[in-house]
Design a protein around this ligand. Structure first.
Ligand code: PLP
Length: 422
């Protein structure tokens, strides 16, 4: 008898499975009732943490996963087909950056590209000098790569920034020394959206010491803003696929031709000996497809995201006049950081999540570690403002209607939480 009840329950659950799975919160795009189930709206405003994959990228990956499965190092037809795919992808990224395809090296993401750029040059060229210069608002990939080097005897200067997240150009110039091996800065800050003047920084560095190498972390700007290593006078540039609607776990390093860099990994000598390990062919194809489709529409996309940002800021100041925008008002079109003084960002984040709206407190890395953001500290925000900060980051997939919905829910959440504290 018990067994019959068990099998009947299992059968009912099995038959209902497609309906149950289709209607879990967050799957469907729009709120409302579907087949008698309440489906939650999904508004994804955490595009600085990662982006949803584009149709073009997913299709390119699917094709490679199913058909181009050879090892690119194999000598047979399937290996050559995979190698061709990688070469085409390399050429596509090189074209966007206006560099030679041989100057692009695929990695497992932005973090690896940054570590390779910083540690690989420092370890290979230590005899040129043991001083590095970066800013206080860099991504942890840069900061921790530098910290490792400090333990190995290198000296690192962390430039302070102003309230908008910009280092002072004269100060930067004055800190470039004869033994400065490398200067590393980000193009767009991932927490507050500051755009750093990389072309001017490159010019200042090279004017002061032409032998100093220049690395740009362009992970947040690639395919959104113009990224050109040559006019920046950059020797190294790091980019990542999952920030531009491509897959996670793939990135690339631009390395000026002829620049010696020590590999981080030893192995089969793939990627010109710089990055051993069988290439992630589907990821690389997905990266190039994502880049091509996003880059092709970047002006239209930027206008769209700028419009969303302005709509958000206008709504914010009329509904929540006590909220404070952190960093620059005129930063990257896709990032807004806002402090809600007296509230906890994490509580607000989960309240919004309950309405199907996904945002971040600072960056994804800080959120997990529950540390106070080093970026907001460098901007000299108070501890209360830092704890009450949320980051909203947009993509071309977001709509004005989603912004209005988010503002409405945000205003209600802030008002309710403030009421509880009174
Ligand atoms: N640099 C910046 C500015 C970033 O925003 C990120 C990701 O958050 C990274 C580097 C690291 O890139 P990835 O996640 O591909 O390792």
């Amino acid at each position: 008898m018990l067994l019959t009840v068990f099998f009947l329950t299992e059968m009912v659950l099995y038959l209902l499975k497609p309906v149950l799975e289709k209607n879990v919160p967050g799957r469907a795009k729009d709120a409302g009732r579907q087949d008698g189930w309440l489906v939650m709206k999904e508004v994804y405003l955490d595009n600085s943490a990662t982006t949803r994959i584009s149709r073009e990228s997913a299709a390119a990956m699917e094709e490679v996963l199913e058909r181009v499965y050879g090892n690119p190092s194999s000598l047979h037809r399937l290996g050559l087909a995979a190698e061709k795919k990688i070469d085409e992808s390399r050429a596509a990224l090189a074209e966007i950056l206006r560099v030679a395809p041989e100057e692009i090296y695929f990695t497992s993401g932005g973090t690896e590209a940054i570590n390779l750029a910083i540690q690989g040059t420092a370890r290979r060229l230590a005899r040129r000098g043991r001083h590095l210069l970066t800013t206080a608002i860099e991504h942890p990939a840069t900061l921790y790569a530098c910290r490792d080097l400090e333990e190995e005897g290198f000296e690192v200067d962390y430039l302070p920034v102003d309230r908008e997240g910009r280092p002072e150009l004269e100060e930067l110039r004055s800190r470039v020394r004869r033994d400065t091996l490398l200067v590393s800065v980000m193009h767009v800050n991932n927490e507050v959206g500051t755009i750093l003047p990389v072309e001017e920084i490159g010019a200042a560095v090279k004017e002061k010491n032409p032998a100093t190498l220049f690395h740009v972390d362009a992970v947040q700007s690639f395919c959104r803003l113009e990224c050109r290593p040559r006019p920046w006078q950059a020797d190294l540039v790091s980019i990542s696929a999952h920030k531009i609607h491509g897959p996670k776990g793939v990135g690339a390093l631009y390395k000026r031709e002829g620049l010696p860099v020590k590999p981080l990994l030893q192995g089969g000598g793939q990627e010109g000996g710089l990055r051993s390990g069988t290439e992630n062919t589907p990821g690389i194809a997905g990266f190039a497809a994502a880049a091509l489709s996003l880059y092709g529409e970047r002006e239209e996309n930027c206008r769209h995201m700028q419009g969303l940002k302005e709509r958000f800021l206008a709504g914010l100041s009329s509904r929540l006049p006590r909220a404070k925008v952190n960093g620059p008002r005129k930063g990257a079109p896709h990032i807004v950081s806002v402090a809600f003084p007296g509230l906890k960002g994490e509580v607000l984040l989960h309240t919004l999540e309950g309405e199907g709206i996904y945002v971040s407190t600072g960056s994804a890395c800080h959120s997990r570690r529950r540390e106070l953001s080093h970026v907001l500290q460098a901007l000299e925000l108070s501890e209360a403002d830092i704890s009450g900060t949320l980051r909203f980051s947009f993509s071309p997939f977001n709509s004005g209607e989603e912004i209005d919905y988010s503002l409405e829910k945000l205003a209600a959440a802030v008002t309710e939480l403030e009421g509880l504290l009174r």
